[in-house]
Design a protein around this ligand. Structure first.
Ligand SMILES: NC(=O)c1ccc[n+]([C@@H]2O[C@H](COP(=O)([O-])OP(=O)(O)OC[C@H]3O[C@@H](n4cnc5c(N)ncnc54)[C@H](O)[C@@H]3O)[C@@H](O)[C@H]2O)c1
Length: 423
């Protein structure tokens, strides 16, 4: 019988509890030993759902006392660096949900510490485990599409509107949505094509809809909307179709009072600094151009991919179960079907956890490294910069900021200073 792996989850919010907590709870080869959240009430409620592990508000203390084999970090993006560095100093295996950090600088700090720890340090790039995207990668690698030169992903995400309601909507917490959200998708581009070197990024994005003048219903005289859905007249009376009230005990009442974290601020009036729609284009050294569109003003959630090569093109809808290849001259159509995926994110979440566990047990290599995490953050950061400064951003500006590689830099970081990136 294999010894059980012990886990700590840092950040007992949606992702920590509903994804990793629930998945770990179902496994007989793992135990959740401890939880950490800076909000003690939220941690306690999470513990009640996840088999009563020990709870902490201080990560340092958790690491000293609970000594887990592995830590999973699911705190808001801007705190990943601090949490990761603390955990890595204790030499534990670590999985960080995307993005690695909100800046390239933060990523480099984490990578340096990970190199010293010698433990498994894996990115939570769950989309790589979505069966349809795995099929797409396999098709790209067989060469049936020829030499790839163009890829497009159009993402519609209805829940994306709720980014405006919480920390995700503030650049100081999420790095901006090209990092928070786009890092997923930029990583899929990088991974699909074997990590070619990205050179330039241009992005156009803005807030067109979730603005104070944008209420899609008439406001009644003397009745102001907000400040949050759980207290809003228009949400309560069903007039606001975007209402997203959080009345669960971990997000309301005493828990909310404790840290002031409001998860359902009015998406039209809240204070935020991100976009609700936009396009980001990446050009790689090998000539591939990739366009990622994200639109959070929508009633649906899906990603539509098209990959074009010299011999044909492939397309898929991630919410579906088919991938279609169309050959260039014959127009021959090949349709690949996959079984209905099970689990969150088009079947990707269980695969991500499984791959972390196998890497810890040494039965499979770590295929989602932190340097790859840094690469997608770099593209996201470049897209944010492009949007803010109305210009094309060269990745060199971020990845080679004029510093020589330093002692402690990983081999991967050193590669960024040279001409090639990737494996
Ligand atoms: N891979 C994916 O598909 C996916 C999907 C959603 C979110 N995410 C990522 O997961 C992470 C968590 O997102 P979420 O939506 O679950 O957030 P959330 O707001 O639901 O939960 C975050 C929790 O972290 C706690 N917290 C904040 N700072 C902390 C700190 N320094 N130490 C300990 N606890 C802290 C908060 O109190 C809260 O309980 C983010 O990095 C996000 O980008 C990934």
């Amino acid at each position: 019988m294999q010894e059980k792996l012990t886990f700590a989850i840092v950040g007992t919010g949606s992702r920590g509890v509903l994804c990793f907590g629930e998945l770990l709870k179902k496994r007989s080869d793992c135990t959740i030993k401890a939880l950490c959240d800076r909000n003690a009430i939220r941690a306690k409620i999470a513990a009640g759902k996840l088999g009563s592990p020990a709870i902490y508000t201080d990560l340092e203390l958790l690491l000293k006392e609970a000594k887990p084999d592995a830590v999973i970090i699911t705190t808001p993006d801007a705190s990943h660096e601090e949490c990761a560095v603390k955990a890595l100093k204790h030499k534990v295996n670590i999985l960080i949900d995307k993005p690695l950090a909100t800046t390239v600088k933060g990523c480099r700090n984490i990578i340096r510490e990970a190199e010293k720890s010698g433990k498994v340090a894996m990115m939570g790039f769950n989309l790589r485990h979505a069966p349809l995207l795995m099929k797409l990668k396999e098709i790209v690698e067989t060469g049936v599409l020829g030499r790839i030169f163009l890829v497009e992903n159009r993402e519609f995400y209805s829940n994306g509107r709720t980014y405006m309601a919480r920390w995700n909507g503030r650049k100081s917490s999420s790095g901006g949505l090209w990092i928070h959200k786009g890092s997923h998708d930029f990583d899929v581009f990088n991974w699909l094509f074997g990590f070619p070197k990205p050179c330039k990024v241009a992005a156009f994005a803005g807030m067109n809809v979730f603005i104070p003048d944008g209420f899609p219903f008439p406001l009644e005289k003397d009745i102001r909307p907000g400040p949050c859905c759980s207290e809003c007249h228009y949400a309560e009376n069903g007039l606001c179709k975007d209402a997203y009230p959080h009345t669960e005990e971990e997000w309301s009442g005493e828990a909310r009072k404790l840290d002031g974290y409001v998860k359902d601020s009015c998406i039209y009036l809240s204070d935020r600094s991100v976009h609700d729609n936009g396009f980001a284009i990446v050009e790689y050294e090998n000539g591939v151009r990739a366009c990622h569109m994200e639109c959070f003003v929508t009633g649906m959630s899906d990603r539509f991919y098209t990959v074009v090569g010299t011999l044909g093109q492939a397309s898929l809808s991630l919410a579906g179960c088919t991938l279609t290849v169309l050959k260039r001259w014959s127009n021959e159509k090949i349709v690949y079907e996959i079984p209905e995926p099970r689990g969150g994110h088009a079947g990707a979440d269980p695969g991500l956890l499984e791959s972390f566990i196998r890497a810890i047990r040494g039965t499979e290599p770590n295929t989602a490294t932190f340097d790859q995490g840094m690469l997608s953050t770099a593209i996201g950061e470049a897209a944010e910069l492009s949007r803010a400064e109305n210009r094309v951003v060269f990745l060199k500006e971020l990845l080679d900021p004029g510093e020589a590689p330093q002692k402690g830099d990983s081999a991967a970081i050193k590669r960024y200073f040279n001409a090639t990136v990737g494996e």
